[in-house]
Design a protein around this ligand. Structure first.
Ligand SMILES: Nc1ncnc2c1ncn2[C@@H]1O[C@H](COP(=O)(O)OP(=O)(O)OP(=O)(O)O)[C@@H](O)[C@H]1O
Ligand SMILES: [Mg+2]
Length: 238
């Protein structure tokens, strides 16, 4: 579905990512985990065509992706960030905007928006102004917007980290359910191993811009592959 080969990203003489390889198969959710500054968001941005790597190549559905990524490819992906980026309009329009841009009919837009607002438990907010939403509600609306696009690949960069613990827990459960039902191919960035354990099939551990380990969440915890990874994962084994 999506592959990155030997990616490096150098900015202002600083190596942010080094010799990074990544692949994503249809239907799986792959986690990227690592401490602050380890390059998780940088890798996500490169995979989501928001940044151009200094060296290395990306392949999307078997085709090499050109440096200037064509719109039809960009439109096959959706991204949700830590802070929900909502437009200053109503909730319904926020979720439907991408579909409108893609030229879908009014009926299809209504159907999809209603469906995804319902999946994320925010149907009752449909007519509300987006700027009045709580953090948890806004993130549910952001997720509904991303899923409404029915993307080939969904990118989630720390979608829960601005939420309090109970809100986060509730949303994680709902998202797990949606993943199970839709098998949406996803890259999930988190610094919380609980998210990774509950939502991903496989995870990569990034330390200082390099992939240091890869495996199922339970295999990573059981046999961390090297000392640095073991030290990082020690924070989560309690
Ligand atoms: N556009 C950029 N220009 C220069 N440096 C950057 C840029 N983007 C990221 N960096 C640097 O790259 C490193 C990795 O940043 P990145 O945001 O990918 O880390 P992260 O793992 O997502 O961290 P966090 O957990 O804090 O979100 C940091 O040192 C950051 O300052
Ligand atoms: Mg980040």
């Amino acid at each position: 579905m999506l592959e990155a080969r030997e990616i490096s990203w150098i900015k202002d003489h600083k190596t942010i990512l080094q010799n990074t390889n990544f692949h994503l198969f249809p239907g799986e959710c792959v986690g990227l985990i690592g401490p602050n500054g380890s390059g998780k968001s940088s890798l996500l941005k490169i995979l989501a065509f928001l940044e151009t790597p200094t060296t290395g190549l990306l392949y999307f559905q078997g085709q090499a992706v050109p440096k200037s990524v064509p719109l039809p490819i960009r439109r096959r992906i959706a991204i949700v960030f830590q802070e929900p980026l909502l437009l200053n309009t109503g909730v319904f329009d926020n979720v439907g905007i991408g579909l409108k841009i893609r030229g879908l009919s009014k009926e299809t837009i209504r159907e999809r928006v209603d469906y995804w607002l319902d999946q994320f438990g925010v149907s009752h907010l449909s007519k509300q102004s987006a700027r009045l939403l709580s953090g948890g509600e806004a993130q549910r609306v952001s997720l509904a917007r991303a899923f409404a696009l029915e993307p080939d690949v969904l990118f989630l960069d720390e979608p829960f980290s601005a939420l309090d613990a109970p809100t986060k827990e509730g949303l994680r459960i709902d998202l797990a359910q949606v993943f199970k039902a839709t098998q949406t191919t996803t890259v999930l960035v988190s610094h919380d191993f609980k998210d990774i354990a509950q939502l991903t099939n496989r995870a990569l551990i990034l330390l200082k811009g390099q992939v240091m380990a890869e495996g199922t969440p339970s295999a990573l915890l059981k046999s961390p592959q090297n000392e640095e990874v073991e030290r990082f994962l020690a924070h989560f084994s309690s």
